[in-house]
Every structure is written in C-alpha cells, then in structure tokens.
Design a protein around this ligand. Sequence first.
Ligand code: GDP
Length: 446
Amino acid sequence: MFENLSERLGGVFDRLTKQGALSEDDVRTALREVRVALLEADVSLPVARNFVKRVQDKATGAAVTKSVTPGQQVVKIVHDELIRTLAGDDPEPGKLRIDQVPAPILMVGLQGSGKTTTTAKLARRLTERDKKRVLMASLDTNRPAAMEQLQILGRQIGVDTLPIVPGETPVQIARRAKTQASLGGYDVYMLDTAGRLHIDAELIAQAAEVRDVANPRETLLVVDGLTGQDAVNVATEFDDKIGVTGVVLTRMDGDGRGGAALSMREVTGKPIKFVGLGEKMDALETFEPERIAGRILGMGDIVALVEKAQQTLEAEQAERMMKRFQKGQFNMNDLKSQLEQMMEMGGMESMMSMMPGMGKAAKQMADAGMDDSILRRQIALINSMTKTERANPQLLQASRKKRIAAGAGLEVSELNKLLKMQRQMGDMMKKLGKGGMLKRAMSGMF
Ligand code: GDP
C-alpha cells in the first residue's frame, strides 16, 4: 500500500536527513517535493496544498532554527500532521454506534467498490468480536446476482440474511428487514443498498428513501481506495445527499497510490472507520492513522528515528560540555544541569556512584543525610541568580549572596556550600578531563 508515495517521500527525506542544518529555503524546497509526491499519489490539489502549508508553518521558525537535525524534525512534523489529518477527531475508528436494538447500519457506495463484501466482513466482525446477532439484507433489486452474493457470503460466515422475495422494492425490503430484526431478536441489521457505476439521481433518491425508513445509526460509505481523486468526489456527493457517518476504504492491500485516505479525510471530514485488505472475509481492519501515516512516509518507525535525533542532540551537548569542562570552565549553569540530571536519574547517591572516584563521596553524602531535597534547594539557589552570576560565580560577593539566598528562601551558609561544591566539581572535571576519564564518566551520564 502507498508504495509510490512512500518511495517519493523516502527520497526527499533521505536528502533532508543527510543535511546538517536546514534553512527556511531548504524546508520550502523539500516541502515542494512533498507536495508533488502527494499529488502524484492522487491526493487532491487543495488537500495537498493545505497539508504542505500547515507543515511549512510548523516547520519554519522555532523548530528549524533550534534543531541540530532539522531534517528529522521536518519528517516528524510531516508525520504528525499526516496522523492529525487522517485521524481527525474520531477517538475510536473501529467503533460503531450500535447502541439501540436493533441498530440499523446502512451501507452505501458505487458498484464494484466492495460494498457487499464489506457488509459481510463487517457482519462477521460484529458477530465474532462484539458478539452481536446480525441480520443482513441486500436491497439491490436491479441485480439479483448481488442479492444472491450476500446470501452466499452470509452462509459462509454464519450470519443470517433476509430471505429474498422477488418483486419487492428496496424500501419494502428495508421495512421487512427492520421488522424481522425486531421480531427475531437481532442486535444489528445491515442494509446493503444498490450500487451504480456512477452516481445518479435515481441511486441517490433510492438510498435517501431507504435511509428515511431505516433511520440508520451508521451510514457507512464504502469506497475503493485505489480510485484516488474520484473517491473524494463520490464521498462528497454521498455525504451531501445521504449523510455519511463513516468511510470504509477497500483495496488497501493493493499497490495503489493511496492518496484517497488523506483527501477523503480532509475533504469530507468523515472518519475512516475501517480498511479492507483483501477479498477474504477476515480482511477488514480498524483504520489506524499511525500505521497509514507510517506507510505513507515509508520510513519505518518514525518514532525511533526522532528518538535517535534526540540522542544525537544530547550527545552533541555532552561533547560541548565536556570540552568546556576540560578547560576548567564549570559554571552554575553546568552545575544546575548536573543537579537536574541527578534528580532525573534517581538522586544524588546513584549519580555520584556512577562517576569514577566519586563512590566514596556518594557514601559520605548519604551518611551525612543529604537527600534529594538538598538538590531541590541547590537548584532554587541557582534559579535565584542572574544570568551573569550563573556564568561567573566568582562575582558572588556578600551583598549578592544575601540577595540570592533570600530569593531562594535559604541561608547564605547554604549558598556558600553550593559555591564550594561548584568549585570542587569544576576542579574534579578538569582533572578527570586530563586523564581522559571524563569522557567515560560522561558517557554514563547521558
Ligand atoms: P460491490 O459491487 O460494491 O458490492 O462490490 P463487491 O463486494 O462485489 O466487490 C467487488 C470485488 O472486489 C470482489 O471481487 C471483491 O472480492 C473485491 N474486494 C472487495 N473488497 C476488497 C479489498 O479490500 N481488497 C481486495 N483486494 N479486493 C476486494
């Protein structure tokens, strides 16, 4: 599914991820290719345009200037936006409103879209997963073969179908299905309406009449996922005239271009509930936006990619810090980030014990009753310093110390201890740096 789009975007992102830093222009160029890729995948022009614009807005500015690997951030933003568009506000794609007994489900769509197959697949799912008693009825009076097809499928999956009575109109069949469902104690009855090769007034009028009789809880539109742009027009038309509550995209097992999923969601605003993944009766799955987005991007596990980017960023920060420490530069900002990491990593003792030569100190600290509340107080003291003071702790004379301690609600004596700690840690870092031990210590810390 979505091979073409995947390959195309894959190529774009390969180039992006190989670059160190991206300018706004780079983002724009990359996104232009994303747009072409979307169009080639049969995503409708306004949808592709809107999509790219949203990504552009999110990718430029903060995200691009701050990041060390902006390419990966763009990937992430495209991915998130795909999921957002595909998911819409449907919290539970696979869930249907069948909260009344019997609950009517109306199935609509063009001929050949997979409507009858999907009706049976869904009936099977409701029977097996949700333990519902389901009755299926075909309303395709123009094509007796279609009525028989549903009957055969029903027998195959062990779901009842309404007996065929020749000469009845679709509305009469719908009424009979309703009565039969009530009398027979069915939880759900499904109406498989007639399809046409193209939408016409008669088809729509018939479906509307049936809708008025059945008053369905769900009206599911079945569309062929391979038809791309056309599928969107069909969906819009059905929704305007009949009122659709959800979409089932069939043939998502094929190697189609797959743009339908994206356009369908964006243009109609209707949730995609299920996808058909084959001809067999069990080839129906709950629509999963993450999965489809991942496949559209064709980048495997995007989360892993972004996590890797994050690690790279942290490793680079660590490297920069280490270089400064080796030169004996260890200010209050450094101390603060160390203290915060200690908090994150399970407190002072576990942190110190990871650092070479600090095992004994850790034990002493623990013995002296120094717990994490001291870390919090130390961080409060640093927060109470100005930017200049943090960068140059040697500036801290009596009056500044008083102000800082007061700001944190603590004693100057505690600030003095913090200053001593910062000096000692600075000395230690410098010494360790010379022996090459700092690198080892820091690799354990990040
Ligand atoms: P209808 O005219 O809309 O009722 O369409 P049918 O249910 O008769 O399906 C038309 C053809 O498409 C049949 O051969 C089905 O087996 C096939 N079909 C339906 N859904 C899928 C699907 O998700 N994947 C594949 N590969 N084929 C499907």
